[in-house]
Design a protein around this ligand. Structure first.
Ligand SMILES: [Zn+2]
Length: 76
């Protein structure tokens, strides 16, 4: 049964990804060297930045569409 607050996580000190407190070691960078963990962290950051950029573009398009619809409704 799921109870709120029982599952906690914290960012891994090596790779920065979220790790369940119950895990003895990070499953993302377990077995990696420090350098590989740094590359994993950088790849994760780059992926996040890329996804946020595409999400920002989508919201800009939706905002422009909302303004156009508002103007059309206002003037028609
Ligand atoms: Zn890690």
């Amino acid at each position: 049964m799921f109870r709120l607050g029982l599952i906690r996580s914290k960012p891994c000190t090596r790779c920065g990804l979220e790790v369940n407190d119950l895990e003895p070691e990070c499953p993302h960078c377990k077995g990696f060297s420090d350098l590989q963990a740094v590359y994993l962290k950088q790849a994760y950051k780059d992926d996040l930045i890329q996804r946020n950029k595409s999400l920002a573009k989508l919201f800009c398009k939706l905002a422009v569409l909302a303004v156009i619809i508002t103007l059309v409704v206002f003037f028609v």
